[in-house]
Write a protein that binds this ligand. Structure first.
Ligand code: AHG
Ligand code: MN
Ligand code: MN
Length: 334
């Protein structure tokens, strides 16, 4: 690829603005600010292995500065990046019990609301395995200029304006959608820009990968147990047995399945009857991307994007991925 053919995230966002003629550029600026936060978190993630040398959370580093956990750094980075622009009035984060009204000069007038999981897969940080950041954007429902409330945040996924994720893997990628398909950008560290590398991502209708923490199998619903027996049978016509792939970072598992075809499942267990993953911070944004790429996402009882959220840190079971694979799981759940 010649450098002259590169489309940067910033250029792409400006080009796409014509698709939103009623918008005044706030969403474009907001997406740009997310890109900046993502680059800074990517830089910090790349240095994660050095914490042993520089100091760990709760300690001081060699310069005598306090060392923060990467999830906290990511959270603060978003608050900083989004407070400056003034497009966002309130943020909700997996790292905060309550909503966080932003305190930038213009934030009270901000039209948008953002939910984030600043660091997804945090247990993988210390072992150099891929992790991610997830974000979702809604229109506020309260009047601009007033104090935002929890109702600005507790909105169903079918009201989303945009959502996306950043995966810090062998390279750093930002994948997002504004409801008109999904596009992926790879960070070129030599120029410090996200460059369009995966235009108009479509997930395969079928796949051979299943991603689930099978260690919990004894606690799964009967339908899931039966499905897991089925994927292990030998059958040439349906390419079985399938391959098990489970990283333990939803973003990384999702991203692989999105590109290769697969199904990601986090079912209810005896310990977590609603599953483990959070509706607002993980399930809604990833379901939006899945559907925009031609995939499906459900709790087994309802479409994830149609759930009316009742609490910020609500958890739901999830079956998500290639449409034919999700349908197959659902056959076993009847
Ligand atoms: P987080 O690091 O944001 O708390 O999320 C971890 C989540 C998700 O990324 C992953 O798919 C899941 O936890 C793994 O859970 P199990 O270890 O129970 O399989
Ligand atoms: Mn997470
Ligand atoms: Mn997290």
């Amino acid at each position: 690829m010649s450098d002259f053919n590169v489309v940067t995230l910033g250029q792409f966002i400006i080009d796409k603005q014509v698709e939103f003629p009623y918008a005044k550029g706030e969403l474009s600026r907001l997406l740009r600010d997310i890109g900046i936060a993502a680059k800074i978190i990517s830089r910090e993630v790349n240095k994660a292995g050095l914490t042993q040398i520089l100091g760990e959370h709760g300690s001081t580093n060699v310069q005598g500065e306090d060392v923060k956990k990467l999830d906290i750094i990511g959270n603060e980075m978003f608050i900083w990046a989004l407070s400056k622009g003034g497009e966002v009035c309130v943020m909700a984060s997996e790292e905060n019990d309550d909503i966080v009204p932003l305190e930038g000069t213009y934030s009270k007038n901000g039209k948008y609301v953002i939910c984030i999981d600043p660091l997804d897969g945090s247990s993988n940080i210390d072992v150099n395995v891929s992790i991610g950041t997830i974000f979702s954007i809604y229109h506020r429902v309260s009047e601009p200029g007033t104090d935002p409330t929890i109702n600005d945040v507790l909105q169903a996924g079918n009201k989303l304006v945009a959502a996306g994720y950043v995966v810090y893997g062998t390279s750093t990628m930002l994948v997002y959608s504004t409801g008109k398909g999904v596009n992926g950008f790879t960070l070129d560290p030599s120029i410090g820009e996200f460059c369009l590398s995966h235009p108009d991502i479509k997930t395969p209708a079928d796949g051979k990968i299943y991603s689930i923490n099978e260690g919990n199998a004894a606690e799964f619903p009967e339908g899931i147990k039966n499905y897991l027996n089925w994927v292990k049978e030998t059958d040439k016509a349906t390419s079985r047995p399938y391959s098990a792939r489970y990283i333990g970072s939803m973003i990384a598992d999702f991203h692989r399945n999105l590109l290769k075809g697969g199904v990601f499942i986090y079912p209810p267990t005896a310990k977590s009857p609603n599953g483990k993953l959070r509706l607002m911070f993980e399930c809604i944004p990833m379901s939006f991307i899945a559907e925009q790429a031609g995939g499906k996402s459900t709790t087994s009882k309802e479409r994830i994007l149609d759930i009316e959220p009742s609490e910020l840190h609500q958890r739901v079971p999830i079956i998500m991925g290639s449409p034919n694979m999700v349908d197959k799981v659902l056959e076993f759940m009847k």
